[in-house]
Structures are given as structure tokens and as C-alpha cells.
Write a protein that binds this ligand. Sequence first.
Ligand SMILES: CC(C)(COP(=O)(O)OP(=O)(O)OC[C@H]1O[C@@H](n2cnc3c(N)ncnc32)[C@H](O)[C@@H]1OP(=O)(O)O)[C@@H](O)C(=O)NCCC(=O)NCCS
Length: 165
Amino acid sequence: MELKDKTVAESKVETFHIIMPADMNDSGRLFGGALMNWIDEVAGLVGRRHAQMNVTTGSVDNLRFLRGAYLRDMVVVSGKVTHVGNKSMEVKVETFVEQSDGKRDLINRAYLTMVGIDENDRPARLPRLILETEEDKKEWGRAEVRRQIRRKQREEGFHFYDEDD
Ligand SMILES: CC(C)(COP(=O)(O)OP(=O)(O)OC[C@H]1O[C@@H](n2cnc3c(N)ncnc32)[C@H](O)[C@@H]1OP(=O)(O)O)[C@@H](O)C(=O)NCCC(=O)NCCS
């Protein structure tokens, strides 16, 4: 199948969740692990829609819990591609609590690197990202800075501090 270059809008994904008792931690807030699951799921869906192939999560950066969320809150997890390299892409995922009047409060932001995977389970070249709007272009510029930082950290051996290395 020939892969099609896509716009940012073509692969956007939003999922909605109502916080249930099973999603809570013992302090009465949304359990971080539950939210990370939803974030990874959205990034995987965005990645697959853009890539038109399987993708895997290479890394998660800058995952920041900005505010808590509580039982019965409506949570919206919203993801889009911000940058496409050769075989990897950056997906930005923002999470909001949506009030009954539709107003959204940001509770989490994360950047995931998703890697395209071919039928032999090896990294594969991805379709290009078509930048349509000023916002798409701004996001691309910011993502390029993060990509350089990630590369530098890998080159410098960010794992240096792991005890068993
Ligand atoms: C992610 C994975 C496929 C990368 O394999 P690899 O052989 O190192 O890949 P390559 O060196 O060919 O790099 C491919 C692309 O991925 C990027 N990449 C690889 N590892 C990365 C990491 N940890 N963080 C960010 N980007 C990464 C590279 O920069 C490259 O990007 P580019 O082509 O856009 O420049 C491999 O490490 C893997 O399978 N990891 C486990 C993933 C997984 O199972 N995730 C689910 C969560 S358990």
C-alpha cells in the first residue's frame, strides 16, 4: 500500500473518560498510572493514523501532572502529531477536565516519540507531515528543539545515572 502524507488534522484523536472508582488512587484523585495508560493509547492511535502502519512508543518526555482530577470528572485526552522525522514522530498529548459548560481545564501535557514499525518489527520510514496552519508550523519549530535535546541526551548517555549500567 502506498503511504499518503497527512496533515496534522487528519490524525488527531480525542478520547473521553468518566473517572470511575477503579481509576482512583488512595488519596481520592485520578491514579497517574490510569492517565498514563490513556495518554499512551491516544498517542498510539494518533501515530497509527498518521503512519498507516503499526507504531511503538519510543519515549515519553515532559509528562507533567499539572492538576488533580476527581471521581466522576469528565476527562478529555487529546493528541496530535507535532513533528515527523525519518522513522519517528512526536505526538503531543494534552489532557483536560471538561466542565458541564464545555470549559476545559488542562491537567496534563506530555510528548511521546512514536516509532513506525514494519512487518518485520523493525523501524520504518514514515509519511511526511503537511503543515497547514500557523499553529502547525509553530508546533513543528518547538518540536524540533525538543528533538535536538532528546538526541543530545541520548548521545551524552542520559542513562549514565542508572546504577546497573
Ligand atoms: C523504539 C525502538 C523500535 C527503536 O529501535 P532502534 O533500532 O533504536 O531505532 P533506530 O535507531 O532505527 O531509530 C529509529 C527512530 O526512532 C528514534 N528513537 C529510537 N529510540 C528512541 C528513544 N528512546 N526516544 C526517542 N526517539 C527514539 C530515532 O531517533 C529514530 O528517529 P528518526 O528516524 O526520526 O531520526 C526500539 O528501541 C524498541 O523496540 N523499543 C521498545 C518499544 C516498546 O516496546 N514500546 C512499548 C512500551 S513497553
